[in-house]
Design a protein. Sequence first.
Length: 94
Amino acid sequence: MLINFLKSIFTWWNTQTVGTFLFTLFSGKLVGVDQFGNRYHQNKDDSKRWVIYNGDVDSSRIPPEWHLWIHKTSLSTPDPVSYTHLTLPTTPYV
């Protein structure tokens, strides 16, 4: 337990830092969670947006729809993506 606390103080690549935790606690508003468990936050006037990763900090773990939101390309948060199963035709093409 003490080792994890010290890691959160001195390293940023394991999880959120103490500063990010306090900033999220006092001025953050949860806006969504993606399929990987990453949590997305913004402050009250939407001037800052950030992500708290589920696991190791790796920016390639952000899905494309959330990447648009975090970089303020999209103003609305993405809806949960629903994948539909497509069936292929069984007759051969001639």
